[in-house]
Design a protein around this ligand. Structure first.
Ligand SMILES: Cc1cc2nc3c(=O)[nH]c(=O)nc-3n(C[C@H](O)[C@H](O)[C@H](O)COP(=O)(O)OP(=O)(O)OC[C@H]3O[C@@H](n4cnc5c(N)ncnc54)[C@H](O)[C@@H]3O)c2cc1C
Length: 433
């Protein structure tokens, strides 16, 4: 290919599109990334409020041991700040108990053994699962036969109490699904990541991840506010503005529904038709809402312990509560605390109703001062994660037709690691071809 060849066009500057662009650029290939939104990151965005709060669009962390993240990011430059491993769990009777990761904090395992959550055999089973997942590489776990996570846990022998008080609040928060229907191979992978790595955020917010990747690309590589309307003739894309751009190859790094829409509307050589198998994939999604509050001053309601709060009560609105400024002071202006509350699933409540309901639960949890906390903003994310069930392939076809590819978590499993991995794999296919 000559330097005057048209670029490889990547549609979408989320983590998958930026990973693909990074690897292609490293391979010396010209790339153009067209992004519909006004910033890079896709589902990994951070808003800075006029008062100086950094609000990630939905509570989200980077597992520091993700193999793909370790390949791509400069962790030092990101100034990663880690949550403490474990969680404080609020039981339905209002009691709190702290569970810490037994592998990372062996002494804390004794306090976990004494905690009211689970029987002694339940706790020993945790150690057995730790040993089990440490025997495998991450991709080996993802390739294991799967059932749904709840069935996996029941077959492993955990008591109902342990499942309801620990696994459902904790992994329900990761999967955005408290029923734990997610495939068990994905659960084993995530469990391993929690055991071997830390859950961290960049000091200045999650959007620093995509910003770091975008900053390494030549100026002008990423075009923002450039929604793609259609793929025409298999080698061109038409922007919503009407502009048509030539491509030597096209990569769809968009969400599942947009990918399907762009594939369905594609025109071009019938010989390059996309197979039915490649063009029919699940697009069901998990929903979550993140409600942010701020204190006006005083001590952090999170006691600066850097632990996530989980609600074991299945009917709660406040499922997870985090205090990001306890982990990175840059998330809030000096002297103020930031409270991030996640509510998973569809609640059919207006923002005002949900905020009021969450506030009441927080008052019962953290004291009546919570009634005075300032409501900063709410983010309802309708397509937060792809639904990933037992039997779904860990990779769907990434090459769809000659010079047409797709990447992103919708083509694999719901994780930053999957978005980054599929982006790299597509870049390697193109660079080889
Ligand atoms: C609230 C929340 C919490 C999460 N927590 C975690 C977590 O703790 N750990 C973890 O590993 N993962 C987590 N995830 C998942 C993770 O964020 C995703 O797996 C990952 O960001 C997906 O990246 P992607 O590039 O595949 O897709 P996306 O981020 O969806 O990127 C797609 C991009 O395509 C763009 N686009 C769409 N249509 C067009 C068009 N027509 N033209 C041009 N551009 C277009 C979009 O604007 C977007 O930028 C979480 C997600 C959410 C929402």
């Amino acid at each position: 290919m000559t330097s005057s060849s048209p670029p490889i066009i990547i549609i979408g500057a989320g983590m998958a599109g930026l990973s693909c662009a990074t690897w292609l650029h490293r391979a010396g290939r010209p790339v153009l990334v067209l992004e519909a939104a006004d910033g890079v990151g896709g589902r990994v965005r951070t808003d800075l409020t006029p008062e100086g709060f950094r609000l990630d669009r939905g509570f989200q962390v980077l597992q520091t041991n993700y193999p793909e993240a370790r390949r791509l990011f400069d962790y030092g430059a990101l100034k990663l700040r880690a949550f403490r491993s474990g969680a404080v769990i609020r039981m339905p009777d209002g009691q709190e108990t702290t569970l810490e990761n037994p592998l990372q904090r062996p002494l804390a395992a004794f306090s976990a053994l004494a905690s009211p959550i689970g029987t002694l055999p339940d706790k020993l089973r945790i150690l057995s699962l730790v040993r089990h997942v440490l025997k495998y590489k991450p991709e080996e776990l993802l390739a294991r036969p799967a059932t749904d996570t709840l069935t996996f846990l029941q077959r492993y022998g955990w008591s109902e109490q342990m499942i309801n008080s620990f696994f459902k609040p904790f992994f329900g928060g990761v999967f955005l699904d408290r029923e734990l229907t997610a495939a068990s191979n994905f659960f084993e992978f995530v469990f391993q990541q929690f055991v071997t790595g830390e859950a961290a955020v960049p000091a200045l917010g999650m959007q620093q991840l995509p910003e770091q990747l975008a900053a390494r690309l030549p100026a002008g590589t990423v075009q923002l506010n450039a929604p793609v309307a259609a793929i025409v003739d298999g080698s061109q894309v038409r922007l919503s503005s009407g502009k048509v751009v030539e491509a030597s190859a096209i990569v769809l790094a968009t969400d599942g529904l947009t990918t399907l829409r762009l594939l369905a509307g594609r025109s071009g050589n019938p010989a390059d038709a996309v197979s039915t198998e490649a063009a029919s994939f699940p697009t069901a999604a998990r929903i979550t809402t993140c409600t942010y509050f701020a204190t006006s001053g005083g001590h952090s309601p999170g006691r600066n312990d850097k632990l996530l709060r989980l609600n074991a009560s299945s009917h709660a609105l406040a499922h997870n509560v985090a205090f990001p400024a306890d982990v990175s002071g840059d998330y809030a202006p000096a002297g103020r605390s930031l409270i991030s509350v996640s509510t998973h699933g569809e609640r059919s409540l207006s923002e005002a109703e949900l905020t009021a309901g969450v506030r009441e639960e927080l008052a019962a949890w953290f004291g009546p001062a919570a009634r005075q906390w300032q409501h900063l903003r709410s983010y309802r994310i309708a397509a937060a994660l792809p639904v990933y069930l037992a039997g779904q392939p860990v990779r769907q076809p990434l090459k769809l037709a000659e010079r047409l590819y797709r990447c992103g978590d919708w083509a694999a499993y719901p994780s930053l690691n999957a978005a980054l991995a599929t982006g790299r794999e597509v870049a390697e296919m193109i660079a080889k071809g």
